[in-house]
Design a protein around this ligand. Sequence first.
Ligand code: HEM
Length: 315
Amino acid sequence: MASASVSVLAILLLGVAAVASAQLSATFYDMSCPRALATIRSTVAAAVSRDPRMGASLLRLHFHDCFVQGCDASVLLADTANFRGEQGSFPNRGSLRGFDVVDGIKAQVEAVCPRTVSCADILAVAARDSVVALGGSPYTVLLGRRDSTTASLTLANSDLPAPSSDLATLIGSFSRKGLSTTDMVALSGAHTIGQVQCANFRSRIYGEPNLNSSYAASLRANCSQSGGDGNLAPLDATPNAFDNAYFGDLLAQRGLLHSDQQLFNGGSTDALVRAYASSAAQFGSDFAAAMVRMGSIGVLTGNQGEIRLSCSKVN
Ligand code: HEM
């Protein structure tokens, strides 16, 4: 009897610990590092004004972090002689940018508050600050993530959606991360900024019928059927402005990736794409809410993981 109630108590306590550790908070650094957020913001603003595309690249880093074993900065761990991380995975290799900017932010933050602010939180805040630097609406980022001591090349290859995905596949891959179809469409609106390499849209511009023909012709000029894999094209009409032009492009059959146009191709998400194309405010608020949910995927908190001293390697 006594031992039964002890184990009931233990289970209850474990449950409380699990709930507590799953909690992030907007005020997490208010006491321990009151200058953290301003430090990140000014470094991001400087990087984006030097290179506007960097805003897109930092936003994408947070997404590629969260979808692979949770928002734990695993994506930042660089390969070494005896460690292969996520950077060499198919979706990331030759494509992710911004690692140097993140290292610069971390150095600034370490200078004001040593061993306090995680790389995973830096990615979440830098993503928000990038959106804002490019004209998007501000939103509150929840904080308190800790950094992993591991990464997964296998999960990076399996869990990040491919640009060849159809709508059902996209819905499924977000749903496996606890995100709704609305979240998936809103988050895809991140493609309102940034650039894509020819290799990722070649099959679309040489053969897909649901693509505006004059747009396709202009893309073919800088993306031939063979060669020039790395040639860049903007993801929407205004690649340095965080607006809702992406959704207007989808209505005009000008989605650059196959996966983009899947959101408006006669299926269940057409109505939402129309709504976001006509209301920047609705897109902005759904995007912010979805970013907060994405930013909570699989987080390490409390005593889990560590606060890395350098984002590219474990302590
Ligand atoms: C819905 C499934 C998605 C697919 C299939 C997808 C795929 C891609 C691909 C193939 C690229 C171009 C990479 C290159 O050519 O180097 C790209 C770029 C980008 N993606 Fe996505 N993505 C998706 C969702 C997201 C989400 C949820 C976000 C952020 C919340 C995001 C943010 C970005 C940004 C900002 C860029 C441009 C990056 C830059 O210019 O450096 N994507 N995406």
